[in-house]
Ligand binder design. Structure first.
Ligand SMILES: *Cc1c(COP(=O)(O)O)cnc(C)c1O
Length: 231
C-alpha cells in the first residue's frame, strides 16, 4: 500500500520536473511521518527514503532511537524554545525558525554541541492568522539579525501554503517565496545562503516544484490520512 503511494508521488515528481525542465535530483522528498507508527516509517525507509519530517520534538526523540541512524530527520513544526535542546543533535534541518528568540536558543544549544545548525526561515507568505512564520515584510530583517549568530546557518526558506481545493491557487504564493529567496540572497548576508526552498505538500507539491521548490513535504500522499483521534 505505502509502496504504491510512494510510487505515485515519485511519478508525479518526475512529471512536474519534466514539465518545467528540472532534474529529479534537484528535489528532496521529505516523508512527513507525524502521528504514524515506526513500522510504517520502516516500510518507507525500505523503499530507500531517508528524509523524514516530524512536527513535534518529542515524537522525533521517540522515533529516533527505534529506526536506522542514517535517517535524516527534519523538524518541520512550530518549536518552543525549551524543546530545542532535545532535538539539536538529532535533526539535519529545522524548517521552522521564525523568531530571533528561537534562533538565539538554537544558537546556544548548537554551540554546546559544537555544531552549526542548518535552519530555514519560515515565512507566512499568505498572511494567514492561524499560521506561524514571519511576515513576508519582516523576513529580510530577521535574516539580517540571525546572520550574526555563528552556530546556525540559514539555508533557505520554508512555507506552509494555504489549504486549497485547487493547487493552482497557491502558485502565486510559491512564486512569491522564490522571489523572496532571490531578494534575500542578493544581500549576501553572513551565514545565509538561499539554496533551499521547502514548500509544497500533498495537495500542491507539483505546482511547488514548477515554481522552484527544492524540498517538498508529503505526508498524506505517502502514509494516508492522519487520525489524530487515535494518537
Ligand atoms: C503535516 C505537515 C505536512 C504534510 O502535510 P500533507 O498534507 O499530509 O502532505 C507538511 N508540512 C508541515 C509543516 C506539516 O505540518
Amino acid at each position: 500500500m505505502l509502496k504504491e503511494n510512494l510510487s505515485k508521488v515519485e511519478s508525479d515528481i518526475r512529471m512536474a520536473c519534466k514539465k518545467c525542465g528540472r532534474d529529479r535530483s534537484e528535489i528532496t522528498l521529505i516523508a512527513v511521518s507525524k502521528t504514524k507508527p515506526v513500522n510504517m516509517l520502516q516500510e518507507i525507509y525500505d523503499e530507500r527514503v531517508r528524509d523524514f519530517g516530524e512536527n513535534k520534538a518529542q515524537e522525533i526523540c521517540e522515533k529516533y532511537g527505534q529506526l536506522p541512524d542514517d535517517i535524516r530527520w527534519h523538524m518541520i513544526g512550530h518549536m518552543q524554545r525549551n524543546k530545542v535542546k532535545s532535538v539539536i543533535d538529532k535533526v539535519c534541518l529545522i524548517h521552522s525558525m521564525d523568531t530571533y528568540r528561537l534562533a538565539e536558543e538554537i544558537n546556544i544549544q548548537a554551540k554546546k554541541h559544537r555544531l552549526v545548525m542548518p535552519v530555514l526561515l519560515q515565512v507566512n507568505i499568505a498572511g494567514e492568522q492561524s499560521k506561524s512564520g514571519v511576515a513576508r515584510e519582516d523576513a529580510l530583517l530577521l535574516a539580517e539579525e540571525v546572520s550574526r549568530l555563528e552556530n546556525l546557518r540559514i539555508e533557505g526558506l520554508m512555507t506552509i501554503a494555504p489549504f486549497v481545493e485547487n493547487p493552482e491557487d497557491n502558485r502565486i504564493y510559491f512564486r512569491e517565496m522564490k522571489q523572496l529567496a532571490v531578494d534575500i540572497k542578493r544581500k549576501n548576508l553572513d551565514n545565509v545562503s538561499m539554496e533551499v526552498l521547502s514548500m509544497g505538500m500533498t495537495g500542491d507539491y507539483m505546482v511547488a516544484i514548477e515554481e522552484g521548490a527544492t524540498m517538498i513535504r508529503v505526508g498524506t500522499g505517502i502514509f494516508g490520512e492522519r487520525n489524530y483521534g487515535k494518537v
